[in-house]
Design a protein around this ligand. Structure first.
Ligand code: SF4
Length: 376
């Protein structure tokens, strides 16, 4: 069974103490930062912290190693940059991801902005309860964890759907956010907090028929590194980089803005070609099949280093590899072909399972794993 999480998510107003200092998570609106905001955040990340930066699976930006005595200063600076919600309470409700290839002036942009304006109308929800807006011509977010989705039906209508249900409610564009808020209230009023996520709640509570009118579309096409209509998409190896690498990427390509993606990448708006050796630019890159959490020394729950081992194994494993600092499996809370889990300074190994499943082997060192050249 998956170990329980800590019951809250870090933000900018609620930083999390970690092995390398405070972790400050930014949730930029529209998952977009202007070029200047991006450059200023790089400066702040190294002035007040270690400069290590991460993009999460919810398209948030994390600044690591922020020094405790510098926290108030960086919070003020981020507020002045206009990249934070106005209050801690609004930030805690801002668990929202949108398909990152939205177009300027589109319905997606209008609905996202309406949702931000109406965050205060949501009930109190479990920390990881989240919303997805996926209204482009192609469905992008089917495998991005979310509890309530605004998406297209098979017939091209707008649906508001509960995760775990095969059908959703058809709505007019002007009613989409109202219906989303109502579905969140249904979850709350029917005791969903006990189960934490919508999918788990629907195993215990019947979703009323009025929320199940039309079938959801089935396709899923996540955006991969390479050129796109919006701009060039780069992947961040294992989701972690540093302020200097992002600064160089921005200064050498001067995009109009950058967008964060839930596949741990960035879109450089209006940029057709990329020159970089630090970021992933090819959709066949073997690093894209690997997930690794920060591990030691970044996370206090970890007893092993994760990312160097994961990089060393790139290309050696057929299928998905997950290297997890502990059994919580933050980087990839799903089944993988091979999962290595930190346990008392060594690794246990799970084939075709999740990080919290029963391992088939225990007590492996990183050296033994590399020498064994494990191939599935
Ligand atoms: S999975 Fe990794 S990041 Fe998550 S708690 Fe465990 S060690 Fe920390």
């Amino acid at each position: 069974m998956r170990p329980l999480g800590q019951g809250w998510c870090p933000g900018a107003y609620t930083p999390m103490a970690s092995g390398d200092g405070l972790l400050v998570r930014l949730r930029p609106r529209l998952s977009r930062l202007s070029l200047q905001q991006g450059l200023d955040i790089c400066d702040l990340a190294e002035r007040h912290g270690s400069g290590v930066m991460e993009v999460t699976s919810k398209a948030n930006l994390q600044l690591r190693g922020i020094r405790q005595d510098q926290y108030e200063e960086i919070l003020d600076a981020l507020l002045a940059l206009g990249v934070l919600d106005e209050t801690a309470e609004i930030e805690s409700r801002h668990n929202f991801v949108m398909a990152p290839d939205w177009e300027q002036g589109s319905l997606s942009q209008a609905l996202a902005e309406e949702f931000y304006e109406r965050l205060h109308e949501l009930p109190e929800l479990p920390a990881k309860f989240s919303f997805a807006l996926d209204l482009g011509k192609i469905r992008r977010l089917a495998t991005v964890s979310s509890d309530i989705r605004i998406e297209q039906s098979k017939n091209g209508d707008i649906l508001v759907s509960a995760d775990g249900a095969e059908m959703g409610l058809t709505v007019a564009p002007s009613d989409a956010i109202t219906a989303t808020i109502k579905l969140a209230h249904w979850f709350s009023d029917t005791g969903g907090a006990v189960h934490k996520r919508m999918k788990a709640h629907l195993k215990n509570q019947i979703l009323p028929d009025r929320w199940q009118i039309q079938s959801r579309a089935s396709q899923d096409a996540p955006l991969k590194p390479g050129p796109s209509d919006i701009g060039f998409i780069v992947g961040i190896p294992l989701g972690q980089t540093d302020s200097e690498s992002i600064r160089q990427l921005l200064l050498s390509h001067t995009p109009q803005a950058i967008r964060l993606t839930p596949w741990r990448g960035l879109i450089l708006e209006g940029t057709d070609t990329i020159k970089t050796s630090h970021f992933i630019v090819n959709h066949n890159d073997t690093l894209l099949a690997i997930h690794a959490c920060p591990g030691a020394p970044y996370c206090t729950s970890a007893t092993v280093e994760t990312r160097n081992l994961a990089r060393s194994l790139a290309g050696q494993i057929s299928g998905i590899l997950h290297v997890s600092g502990c059994s919580k499996g933050c980087a990839h809370p799903k089944e993988s072909d091979l999962t290595l889990v930190g346990e008392n300074g060594q690794f246990s190994l799970i084939k075709k399972g999740c990080s919290w499943d029963e391992p088939s082997r225990h007590g492996l060192s990183a050296e033994e794993i590399l020498k064994a050249k494990i191939v599935l």
